[in-house]
Ligand binder design. Sequence first.
Ligand SMILES: [Cu+2]
Length: 130
Amino acid sequence: MQKLYFSSVRTFLRQIALITFGAICLGGIGQAFAHAHPETQSPSAGAVVSTPQEVRITYDEALEPAFSSLIVSNAQGKQINSAKAEVDSTTHKTMHVPLPTLPTGVYHVKWVAVADDGHRTQGTYTFTVK
Ligand SMILES: [Cu+2]
């Protein structure tokens, strides 16, 4: 009788553990959807352009402006945008930074996006000015 009791307690605990584990997994997936990922990038990754005026990235989630950033650097790794990236004040989904007149060469874009749920994503890509 006692043995049976303990084994059913064990089964019960195992079920609780499985349910808890499942809930944590689902929660993780739910949060992943709230991370901000780029939908459009201008210039786009790998693009060859002549006179880009700015770099503009639109995300699928609203950004937290204070913690999101966009840095453009040249092939030597020197940052070439002097202004800080701005986040569109209505949708909060577009981040852009003005560019000076760029000499020909390869440029690196490095972005950090903090979604308004506080989750951070980041990425880098290059484009070429000809
Ligand atoms: Cu998130």
